[in-house]
Write a protein that binds this ligand. Structure first.
Ligand code: ATP
Ligand code: MG
Length: 260
């Protein structure tokens, strides 16, 4: 049986639940993401953010519920076709051994993009991700954290996905490098019709990058709204609790940075 999405969303999640051996990972999640929107998923560690993104590209099959792309259920799509249209940059993106250019070209060859077209796309993707073309000859394994993250974003963008999913693109980075990666993400927002879903645990980042944001807690959406006023509707006690959970993780990372 095949259902159809409603409301003209680019990406729609309806009543999605994911159960695994350990228990409930995602619990009745509903999302409607418009074409061209930058949509943030905010939540503390273990909230289910990565599992949600992974379910959107069928790395996990939901226990109940459905995901729609352009109104059609993704169950009807071939997974490799789906992943060309919806591209996931994982939390710690892996690089192939070789140059940055080889890393970008690899995915394009897999997608049967002709050589000349692929080279054009590689250059365009580098510009979009605010990377100088001289990076193309660098060894991917020798990049810094922020460079690597931007190369991973460029690599996903070069495939020309309709939807780009970014899982904590700045999680392990210092504040200055975080800004560089954010600039690259904001650069992508100018690309016509690109829809982005960005996972973060930093409410300030959600405000900088997101048009709309949801707060995920223990697999449930507990708040949803425009990124600036997301938590305003919660009662003060609840709001303080959620902010505390997000902050804790933030502080852990700051301590980590100080030790470097
Ligand atoms: N393969 C798996 N099998 C069973 N449970 C899993 C699996 N992967 C993750 N989980 C559990 O699912 C829950 C959500 O994990 P997830 O990785 O989505 O969290 P997260 O919000 O991305 O956290 P973080 O901010 O630390 O990356 C956690 O309780 C985790 O232990
Ligand atoms: Mg995660």
């Amino acid at each position: 049986m095949s259902h159809h999405g409603e409301g003209g969303y680019k990406l729609e999640v309806r009543d999605l639940s994911l159960e695994m051996e350990g228990g409930t990972i995602l619990d009745s999640v509903n999302l409607g993401i418009q074409e061209g929107e930058a949509f943030c998923i905010l939540g503390g560690s273990g909230a289910g953010k990565s599992m949600l993104l992974r379910t959107l590209v069928r790395l996990h099959e939901p226990t109940t519920g459905e995901v729609f792309l352009d109104g059609s259920t993704i169950c009807d799509l071939d997974p490799s076709d789906l992943r060309r249209r919806v591209s996931l940059v994982q939390q710690s993106p892996a690089m192939l051994e070789g140059t940055v250019e080889e890393n970008l070209m690899f995915g394009l060859r897999l997608a049967d993009v002709p050589e000349e077209e692929a080279r054009t796309r590689v250059r365009e993707a580098m510009t979009r991700a605010s990377l100088d073309p001289s990076f193309l000859d660098r060894r991917a394994e020798k990049l810094s954290g922020g460079e690597r993250q931007r190369v991973a974003i460029a690599r996903a963008y070069a495939i020309r996905p309709q939807v780009l999913l970014l899982d904590e693109p700045t999680a392990a980075l210092d504040p200055r490098t975080t800004r560089e990666v954010e600039r690259a993400i904001l650069g992508l927002k100018e690309a016509a019709n690109l829809t982005m879903v960005i996972v973060t645990h930093d409410i300030e980042q959600a405000r900088r990058l997101g048009d709309r944001t949801i707060l995920l807690r223990r697999g449930r959406v507990v708040a949803e709204g425009d990124s600036a006023s997301l938590l305003e509707d919660l009662d003060p006690e609840e709001r303080a609790r959620y902010l505390g959970e997000l902050d804790k993780r933030h502080e852990d990372e700051r301590e980590g940075d100080a030790c470097e």
